[in-house]
Write a protein that binds this ligand. Structure first.
Ligand code: ZN
Length: 416
């Protein structure tokens, strides 16, 4: 069976499951939207003019809305004519010997609505198309992704799961300045990390993205200090994954321990803890390394008075089935609201089985009358779907404040 046949079977299997779903009063219960993204284009008037559409944008200044967490993916098939480095995916992601990786990759690609043979370009085209449907001024922050590096700071392709070059992402942002900002990725053990940081800063990078487990970064290592010093000087924040990483396998999961970011904080660097560390457990380094919820360690950092102006919680992926339990405890902390930053983790909101609006309703976070609107919206525009879901969610009268979405001033510091 070649790749195309395999993909066909995967999609065929998904379609079969989708037609045998459970539904009640027109609202599908499971899988509520099938398993694969139908990638519809052109928001219909029924959604555009829906009263909930007006409600989610009410009181929001779209000029201030920057989605802090958007992935660029690809396979390196764009026609760059040798001008720059290409996006790269580990071949294991295409191997039948690694079926989980392969299925993961297929879901990622389907979430981003790519076209076979021109994956890189079609991924960006879809992102531009759905960005045009957002109110003027709304922007997505696109992520680069550095190689895995060893302790000597040498890149290691074999250990890397994918690579998205800084220049590649900077160029996409430059081509569509009305829709995109960009976030560079630099491994702090690199010999040239400080020079590289100056370079991406000059290219307009708004932050630095790390995935400590997948990249081989121990944020608590002294090897990061030069890098932290430069980040502090430039006032560039780090967006670092915290808690368990499910989407990108491999590496040392202990590196995602929120407490390991204290070294950056103690160097005066602003840190955005991705997903509020809402998945998995980590060692409590303050208490005999006993295993506790990563989220509790995140909370400890948020509640450390010295870090009040430095540590922030990023709420991307909180709506995912394995993270959603954390929405209530986050909403309950109204005193955190001014330090929460929204991100979509696109293409994840486009990967249909990862989010269940019905389950969010069962948890008491959404109302039944939201479901049809959201379930239709997700097929057309995952960015809007993610935004709408978070704007509509509430628990015991608490919602995410407008400031959680109006994030621009966090990234766009006006230098005195
Ligand atoms: Zn992500």
């Amino acid at each position: 069976m070649n790749r195309r046949q395999f993909n066909k079977r995967l999609v065929g299997g998904a379609a079969l499951l989708a037609t045998s779903s459970l539904s009640y009063a027109g609202v599908k219960l499971w899988p509520e939207a099938g398993l694969s993204n139908p990638c519809l284009t052109g928001l219909p008037d029924t959604l555009k003019n829906h009263p909930l559409m007006a409600q989610i944008w009410e009181g929001i200044d779209a000029q201030q809305v920057w989605d802090s967490h958007v992935h660029i993916v690809g396979v390196g098939d764009s026609d760059l004519a040798g001008k720059q480095e290409r996006v790269w995916f580990h071949p294991n992601m295409d191997s039948y010997w690694h079926p989980i990786l392969k299925i993961q990759k297929n879901f990622y690609m389907n979430g981003g609505c790519v076209a076979t043979g021109r994956v890189d370009d079609s991924y960006v085209e879809r992102l531009v198309q759905i960005s045009r449907e957002m109110p003027a001024g709304y922007k997505s922050m696109l992520f680069a992704f550095d190689w895995y590096h060893d302790e000597q700071g040498r890149p290691n392709k074999e250990h890397s799961i994918f690579h998205v070059p800084n220049q590649y992402v900077a160029d996409i942002a430059k081509q569509h300045p009305q829709h995109f900002e960009w976030v560079a990725s630099i491994h702090p053990y690199r010999q040239d990390c400080v020079d590289a940081l100056e370079k991406v800063y000059a290219l307009g990078a708004r932050a630095i993205k790390w995935l400590p487990s997948g990249m081989g970064i121990d944020p608590a290592s002294a090897s990061c200090d030069r890098f932290y010093q430069k980040l502090h000087d430039l006032d560039l924040p780090i967006i670092s994954h915290t808690g368990r990483e499910s989407a990108v396998q491999g590496g040392d999961q202990a590196h995602g321990n929120p407490l390991r970011m204290r070294r950056a904080l103690d160097n005066g660097v602003r840190v955005l803890l991705a997903h509020c560390a809402s998945d998995g457990h980590d060692e409590d380094l303050d208490n005999n390394n006993r295993s506790i919820k990563s989220f509790d360690l995140f909370s400890r950092l948020m509640d450390t008075p010295e870090y009040e102006k430095l540590v922030f919680g990023e709420i991307s992926a909180l709506t995912l089935i394995n993270h959603a339990w954390a929405i209530k405890p986050v909403l309950a902390r109204q005193d955190w609201q001014h330090r929460l930053i929204n991100g979509s983790d696109y293409p994840l909101p486009g990967i249909v089985p990862l989010i269940s609006t019905q389950t969010l309703a069962w948890r008491g976070l959404l109302k039944d009358e939201h479901l049809l609107f959201l379930q239709n919206l997700r097929h057309y525009n995952p960015l809007m779907f993610d935004f709408a879901t978070k704007r509509l969610m509430q628990y015991e009268g608490n919602t995410f404040n407008q400031s959680v979405f109006e994030t621009r001033s966090f990234f766009e510091k006006v230098k005195a």
